[in-house]
Write a new protein. Structure first.
Length: 385
């Protein structure tokens, strides 16, 4: 389907209908219940959303990065919890296996990930290793043909839904070269979950701690079969994930702008609609121009991503993905802030959609690498010989 632009356009329009007819009307349910309804998750599976990025040979739809960004842009225009349900399967949970896994691992895992039967989650962050991912402490000790895992993972998205984790642990000495990526089934004895995190926003998304207490996994669970490659796998996965998050940020900016324009058309003060005031127009114009700039970056970077050999790193593309992540997630913060401002006092009230997006987008500047981490990646790339 990926190669067929007409089929892709058809799929995008089906997604658009699903978002406007099914998801947008369910946004209040998410806010009230902190859960994505089970029937919606089933519909997402039927639509193939869990397998967007997985090649057709492994049961997915095999979208290009540019196409995946278009889908992420659409899903940014509703409560972010919906995308989060399948987001780890499309991105950080599955891509390490696709990029660096053995053929056997790909054949065994990816079709189940693509169908949504298996939810994959990505476990890198720890209590003492957030931005400094190479400092992670979780130990993986070799014991005959098994590894024994001990330690804690933190803020793990979709952990409560996950059937398996792409999990980074230390098999060697300090630093990046001592880190290995494993596929760890959630049913592994010794693996348990903490209580659900209470977050500022993004109601309906699920994060919690994951504890490993003498959890044994076969040595064959190492992604690609070679220890010590896990940090590079994680970085490649994050390069890609950052582009996806950039597109998502643009989608939210579009929704907030739509809400703001609609409000500016209707709301009347001083005897006229507020949209007729130039100070309101200025806020809308700033948001539109920044959104246009951000989306242009995403499209350009996604094209470059698709042009490089699959699974290979291109430092220039990594640097540009960080530029897009930094710009788009900061941009949507400003757009959401202006959205609240255009709505005045109503924008501070929970029943107003912009209030929710204002809280929801705060996370985008933090996960998959903070703005400051993106600056470091960009700065280092510029200074590299
Ligand atoms: N693709 C492939 N390999 C990469 C890479 C990338 N994008 N980035 C780094 N590497 C490789 C390097 O080439 C280096 O390999 P060699 O030792 O063979 O030279 C190795 O990985 C270590 O890289 P580096 O020295 O740059 O590691 P640092 O510890 O300095 O960390 C940052 C680099 C800060 C960029 C990294 O820790 C990071 O991205 N942190 C943020 C983590 C994050 O996003 N967390 C979010 C949690 S997931 S929601």
């Amino acid at each position: 389907m990926a190669s067929d632009q007409d089929s892709f356009e058809l799929m995008l329009s089906t997604i658009q209908d699903f978002i406007s007819q099914r998801l947008v009307p369910a946004e209040n349910i998410i806010e009230e219940n902190d859960e994505v309804p089970a029937d919606i998750i089933e519909e997402m599976k039927t639509m193939g959303l869990f397998g967007l990025s997985i090649p057709e040979e492994y049961g997915g739809i095999g979208l290009s990065m540019a196409q995946e960004c278009e889908v992420a842009f659409k899903f940014g225009q509703t409560a972010l919890a919906f995308r989060s349900v399948f987001g780890t399967n499309v991105g950080i949970g599955s891509q390490g296996i696709l990029m660096d896994g053995t053929e056997e691992q790909k054949c065994e895992i990816l079709p189940r990930v693509a169908s949504g039967e298996l939810i994959m989650s990505f476990a890198l962050t720890e209590p003492d290793a957030g931005s400094d991912a190479a400092a992670l402490k979780m130990r993986a000790e070799l014991d005959n043909d098994h590894y024994v895992l001990n330690g804690t993972k933190r803020f793990i998205t979709n952990a409560t839904r996950a059937g398996a984790f792409t999990l980074m642990a230390r098999t060697g000495g300090p630093g990046a070269g001592g880190i290995t990526a494993f596929i760890v089934p959630a049913s592994t004895p010794g693996l348990s979950l903490g209580k659900a995190d209470k977050k500022m926003g993004q109601r309906g998304t699920k994060t919690c701690d994951v504890f490993l207490d003498n959890a044994r996994v076969p040595a064959a669970s190492i992604i690609g079969g070679v220890p010590g490659m896990g940090f590079k796998t994680a970085m490649k996965v994050l390069d890609r994930g950052r582009l996806h998050v950039s597109a998502l940020a643009c989608g939210v900016a579009q929704r907030v702008l739509n809400e703001s324009v609609a409000y500016a058309r209707e709301r009347r003060q001083f005897g006229q609609r507020i949209g007729d005031f130039q100070l309101i127009q200025a806020m809308l114009a700033d948001s539109q121009a920044e959104l246009y700039a951000g989306w242009s970056m995403v499209q350009d970077c996604a094209r470059r991503y698709d042009a490089k050999p699959a699974g290979k790193t291109n430092p220039d593309v990594s640097m540009r993905a960080s530029c897009a992540k930094m710009f788009c997630t900061e941009m949507v913060g400003r757009v959401a802030d202006r959205g609240v401002q255009v709505h005045g006092g109503s924008g501070y009230m929970n029943e107003t959609k912009v209030e929710r997006f204002y809280r929801d987008v705060r996370l985008l500047r933090l996960y998959e690498g903070t703005t400051q981490i993106q600056q470091i990646i960009i700065g280092r790339a510029l200074l590299r010989e």
